[in-house]
Design a binder for this molecule. Sequence first.
Ligand code: BEZ
Length: 212
Amino acid sequence: MSLRLGDTAPDFEQDSSIGRIRFHDWLGDSWGVLFSHPADFTPVCTTELGLTAKLASEFERHNVKTVTLSVDSAQSHVEWIRDINETQSANVGFPIIADGDRKVSQLYDMIHPNASDTFTVRSLFVIDPKKKVRLTITYPASTGRNFDEVLRVIDSLQLTDHYQVATPGNWKHGDDVAIVPSPKDEDVIRRKFPKGYRALRPYLRMTPQPDR
Ligand code: BEZ
């Protein structure tokens, strides 16, 4: 059964490049990005992990811990990290889970048998501090993910958790946002959005990003 938005992210204990990890304890009060890759010492995965390492300060600024996973061993992960750091001019500081027994892959439905019986696909889960799944994406082995997009979604989730707004297509930090349909009363809207708003239609009301 695959995980859906709003589900509790399953807890697990598993080996990793930094030792044993108890997932929920390791996350603590942070947001989390848990993502799988097909195998160590492969080109696309190497670039993905390098990118994630180079975005470490951005993830930290958003209170996000990153962790990745493949079915390779912890020893293989440690050796591969040296290669990633060297070839990508990066410093991988996040753990890589060693899921040789497929425990985590099965919990998170990361093996798609019609793509590959043995390797995890490129699954990615954003998990909030209440341990709820807030974003799921799945990419094929041959296509690397866009980690700027992952950060953009986290930016949107963190904004929309605090204000009654939604972010439009291609929104990026600083762009106008949409007032969600529920507040109808003009006075309530003016109080909640003191920067004002433009109503293009009654259901389409744009306002400057409230927390800037
Ligand atoms: C890669 O990471 O480059 C890769 C892994 C498995 C299949 C194809 C590409």
